[in-house]
Design a protein around this ligand. Sequence first.
Ligand code: DC
Length: 234
Amino acid sequence: MIDNTSKLVIAIDGYSSCGKSTVAKDLAKLLNIIFIDSGAMYRCVTLFALENEIIKGGAINVDKLKEALNHISITFKFDAQAKTNETYLNGVSVEKKIRGLEVSNHVSMISALGFVREKMVELQQKMGETDSIVMDGRDIGTVVFPDADLKLFMTASPEIRAGRRFKEYQDKNEDISFEEVLENVKKRDHIDETRDESPLKKADDAVVLDNGNIGKEEQLEFIVGELKNKGLIK
Ligand code: DC
């Protein structure tokens, strides 16, 4: 389906719990290219900071975090059997831990730091140097890959997104109410949109995909249509 001679970079940005990763994963599978969840990278730094008392009592020890960034290795492995992508922090799978409430509640403060973003962007750009990739996040089309072949901006209402995340927590038996999840979603939207460093915003040349009322198949069809329109795939 994909023209083998060309290297493809697809950027998917948007609000939290929009289903960006799900679509990005499906797309990567369909096109047989690499999927990178850039949010998982900020989550790894947050987990490391929490586990090493770099975040304590809601405050970040900036000097300690700057030093720690030199010792944090983040990698992704595709588990062919489970057909899932696993995130590794310093060689240890942290996929489950980085999705927990503790990390979710602190990740915005970590991802708002310029020196953290600089380091993550550098790593992300390296990942896209040689291979065709689909990367999802908040600043992929605006900062990480401003020349991406296709940029998508995904959105859905806060209630729909909170509903999705609430279900995920329920499936994991986490004790949290819908109202708490909704509050967390709205708080993160606000922080993501108003932070000084690379705030979440649609790139001028990004295509909007509101997936509030459409399923996975339709979303994929839409994206494949865009890729075909641009002559990026046949
Ligand atoms: O997509 P996610 O919810 O896993 O992202 C976790 C946090 O990281 C979220 O608060 C936004 C931030 N993030 C970011 O600032 N830039 C990115 N490219 C990806 C995520």
